[in-house]
Design a protein around this ligand. Structure first.
Ligand code: ADP
Length: 565
């Protein structure tokens, strides 16, 4: 597993990379959008410039007529033309020496202008510009423009204008001029305004950037885009500039951008889910590992406690046995003592005296009784000794009969005390089973003692005070346990209530006053370690058949060797 620290760093790096990816994506789309938009603006600007140029040329053609007409016809035609072309403020006809022959002002002038553009600031102030334009026109034999200049009006406003001078040529000689004064503002208004959108502005500027005329309105908020193109006319060069402000983030309005953003967002979400998933898995794994370790510890502890239990159970058995042993030995010893003292009485008090033949035969009987009682006591001691001495934990093959025989003397002591008959039923020709003899004997003793205590716990008629130890060939699981031997400890006690049955194998559960509650759990452990299981059947309904505990042992020695000392 990766160290936690490194994993965190990797995730952070991944997030950073995604953020960078997202950032550059937005930046690229922004750039693309911007250039696309600028291209569009550029196109608008060049279109507008050529449109203006074309319209000026068309105007020049129409104005040409006015070079031929005489007054008053001239005035009438000029009036009509001015009405159609609001961008022209004034038309003059001049002779070849630039002297003014006829004038007509546009009707679309403010009152302050007093019907004349130059009414407030005399025409003579700008004659240099007109003359300059007309000189150029005379040289090139084409309409020419003056540089732009500002004509103030009496109300503080004014017009930025340029004069268009059209020469009248006869036989290659200039015979006069027609001068049309254009308002730059009105050119933009009439010809430009329609081609711009909201938040856009068109202006005429000088080469140095100084603004001459402007139309359009904008709040000048957001991102600014500006394009400009040169409007080159004979005699004047104007810069046509379009500025556009876009307040909304321009990249949001674009479908591919939104799509890309959505994809990145989805990626982030997926990554997040993945991250959460991984974290969950790692946690579960760690928890599992902890649990396994704990389980191992618990197993180790239970193994150790089982060993301790084993020892204490054995000690408890021994203690109980010792008390019963003394009780059991008491009888033969008392008999021996009484026979001995009886014998002494039969002997003549005089050392040289000879007992009568009658006394001798009685003495013989007494001594025989003493011998038999001693033998009986010796038998008792021997059987206990056999059990106590056997401490080896090694497994071996043992005949079922031998197992039951070994526990019988011990059980016999208690059975006798409680007035219970123990019967042993062993099926003939059973195979030897592979087991830890000492432990299995302990199991049999525990089960049998429980059975006897159960029988004794209620008033049981004499014919039911029985306990059977049975060994027979196992019938179930024929395929697996062909030769398994089933052991049964069958009592005729009151049976197990459901309440007791539920907690039967719980360590320290007991219903007895001096009980430890360890017997059955110990038995189950031992049997499980022999690869079997401890089961029982019970019957508390009348007629009560008591409880039968059973387990199986096999003649195979392929079970793991018991770890119990
Ligand atoms: P202990 O014998 O020290 O009480 P055990 O674990 O051997 O501990 O038994 C637990 C309890 O199970 C007993 O107290 C008893 O109530 C019940 N029990 C065990 N064997 C029998 C049986 N053959 N018949 C009825 N009750 C039994």
């Amino acid at each position: 597993m990766m160290p936690k620290n490194r994993r965190t760093w990797l995730w952070l790096l991944l997030l950073l990379l995604i953020a960078m990816l997202l950032g550059s994506l937005i930046w690229l789309v922004g750039r693309y959008e911007q250039s696309r938009f600028e291209d569009q603006l550029e196109l608008t600007a060049t279109d507008l410039a050529s449109d203006i140029r074309a319209k000026l040329a068309r105007n020049a053609q129409r104005l040409h007529v006015l070079l031929e007409r005489e007054t008053p016809n001239w005035q009438w035609t000029a009036k009509e033309l001015l009405e159609q072309q609001p961008e022209i403020l004034r038309i003059e006809r001049r002779n070849q020496n630039f002297g003014i022959q006829a004038v007509r002002n546009s009707a679309f002038l403010s009152l302050a202008s007093k019907q004349d553009v130059f009414g407030y600031f005399g025409r003579q102030n700008f004659s240099v510009d007109v003359v300059h334009a007309c000189a150029l026109a005379a040289r090139s034999l084409e309409p020419a423009f003056s540089t732009s200049y500002f004509v103030p009006q009496s109300d503080g406003t004014g017009f930025e204008v340029t004069d268009m001078c059209i020469p009248s040529i006869e036989n290659n000689i200039v015979t006069g001029y027609l001068v049309a004064t254009y308002s730059l503002d009105r050119i933009l208004k009439e010809w430009g305004e329609a081609s711009i959108k909201r938040q856009e502005e068109i202006s005429f500027r000088e080469a140095d950037g100084a603004r001459l005329a402007v139309v359009g309105n904008s709040t000048k908020a957001g991102n600014k885009f500006a394009v400009q193109t040169v409007l080159q006319l004979q005699g004047i060069t104007l810069i046509l500039r379009i500025e556009s402000w876009r307040s909304a983030p321009y990249w949001l309005a674009n479908t591919p951008t939104v799509l890309a953003l959505a994809l990145v967002l989805a990626l982030v979400v997926v990554l997040w889910l993945l991250y959460r998933d991984t974290r969950k898995r790692i946690r579960t794994e760690a928890k599992l590992a902890r649990e396994i370790i704990q389980q191992r510890k618990a197993e180790e502890i239970s193994r150790q406690s089982l060993e301790r239990l084993q020892k204490s159970a054995r000690l408890a058995t021994l203690g109980e046995m010792a008390s019963m042993l003394s009780h059991e030995l008491n009888q033969p010893l008392a008999a021996i003592a009484s026979y001995a003292s009886g014998s002494l009485n039969l002997l003549p008090s005089d050392a040289n005296g000879v007992p009568s033949p009658q006394d001798i035969s009685e003495l013989k009987i007494a001594l025989e009784r003493i011998a038999s009682q001693s033998a009986r006591a010796g038998q008792v001691i021997k059987s206990v000794h056999g059990f106590v001495r056997r401490r080896e934990t090694e497994r071996s093959f043992v005949q079922p009969q031998a197992l039951l025989d070994a526990v019988l003397p011990l059980l016999g002591l208690q059975a006798k005390q409680l007035g219970i008959r123990i019967s042993i039923q062993v099926e003939p020709q059973l195979p030897a089973v592979w087991c830890d003899t000492t432990l299995v004997e302990q199991v049999l003793i525990n089960l049998a003692r429980n059975g006897m205590q159960a029988v004794d716990s209620v008033a049981t008629p004499i014919e039911r005070r029985r306990l059977a130890l049975i060994a027979k060939a196992s019938k179930s699981d024929a395929a697996q346990d062909t030769h398994a031997v089933e052991f049964q400890v069958m009592d005729q006690g009151p049976g197990l209530t459901q309440e007791v049955a539920l907690r039967l194998f719980t360590p320290f559960f007991t219903t007895k006053e001096e009980g430890m509650g360890l017997g059955l759990s110990l038995c189950r452990t031992v049997i499980e370690q022999h690869g079997g299981s401890l089961t029982y059947t019970t019957n508390i309904e009348p007629p009560r058949t008591g409880t039968t505990f059973r387990f199986k042992l096999t003649p195979h020695h392929d079970q793991p060797n018991s770890a119990i000392a």
